[in-house]
Design a binder for this molecule. Structure first.
Ligand code: PPS
Length: 290
């Protein structure tokens, strides 16, 4: 089974939104600037969290500055907002002063070549597959732009087969992991951020070449904690008309191990078998147990 329908198409075997596919030539031709920063991730891996951390770092911990607009306007979504096509996009990515920060969920092979040619810095955030799958399932239930995920049992199979929008989780995390050997990519993990946010934020500060005082770092840890971001209208997506909050919140649980409330024993067994096969050719490992 897959999620192809009249609103979705494929580019190089990866299912993407129809709008993204119809704009594909323009997306591929996107002109990055050398000081652009790209925040990349598989959907629901901790993108928004990383985005807010980066924005606060760039603004030296000034919380009011980071509240200037919703996160998706501060950091345009590459494959959903292409310069020259809509007013919103023209006002954001194209007309944005440097240095810009952009978000993408594209698998590494679909990232516009200009980002590599200009040697742009990239922060990739990854989350363990089981929690990532559960979070994506609930997101598809509430996001009208994505296909209806059907029942959990149906979704489980579709996700494992890599037939969801933006493609297979396995290929995504592995191929980005490989890419960091030849490009400036900071590869971080959602589980590490939960365990020791201060340490992970320090890594980002260093990667961005910033030097912030300890008290600023503490402020960033606080303002990017789950509860604070959940209550911040500039990070919790409450203004997004495509999301149906009656079905699920965007800032849902923000924990590790929620998969245990969703997977059956049989699903866990099947998942572990598939996981081992898919991950046999990588040094990449994930923490799945809280
Ligand atoms: S998106 O739509 O792809 O950009 O979503 P993304 O931001 O990648 O992922 C959303 C999940 O991240 C959780 N989240 C957080 N967890 C802990 N701390 C903070 N500050 C935080 N911010 C977002 C969010 O709750 C989603 O995970 P689930 O498991 O669904 O709660």
């Amino acid at each position: 089974p897959d999620q192809l329908s009249c609103t979705f198409r494929q580019i190089d075997g990866i299912t993407l939104e129809k709008q993204t596919c119809s704009l594909w030539e323009k997306i591929w031709a996107f002109q990055a600037r050398p000081d652009d920063l790209l925040i990349a991730s598989y959907p629901k891996a901790g993108t928004t969290w990383t985005q807010e951390i980066v924005d606060l770092i760039q603004n030296d911990g000034d919380v009011e500055k980071s509240r200037r607009s919703p996160i998706q306007q501060r950091q345009p979504f590459l494959e959903c907002s292409i310069p020259g096509l809509t007013q919103w996009v023209k006002d954001s990515a194209d007309a944005m002063p440097s240095p810009r920060t952009l978000k993408t969920h594209l698998p590494v092979q679909l990232v516009p070549p200009s980002f590599w040619e200009k040697n742009c810095k990239v922060i990739y955030v990854a989350r363990n597959a089981k929690d990532n799958m559960v979070s994506y399932y609930h997101f598809q239930r509430m996001n009208k732009r994505l296909p209806d995920p059907g029942s959990w049992d149906e979704y489980f199979e579709v996700f494992l087969a890599g037939k969801v929008i933006w493609g297979s989780w396995f290929e995504h995390v592995k191929n980005w992991w490989r890419k960091k050997d030849s490009h400036p990519i900071l590869y971080i993990f959602y589980e590490d951020m939960l365990k020791d946010p201060k340490r992970e934020i320090r890594k980002v500060i260093e990667f961005l070449g910033k030097n912030l005082k300890e008290e600023v770092l503490d402020k960033i840890v606080y303002h990017t904690s789950f509860d604070v971001m959940k209550n911040n209208p500039m990070t919790n997506y409450t203004h997004d008309k495509h999301l149906n909050y009656k079905l699920s919140p965007f800032m849902r649980k923000g924990i590790m191990g929620d998969w245990k409330n969703q997977f059956t024993e049989a699903q866990n067994k099947k998942f572990n078998e598939d996981y081992e096969k898919h991950m046999a050719d990588t040094s990449l490992t994930f923490c799945m147990e809280p």
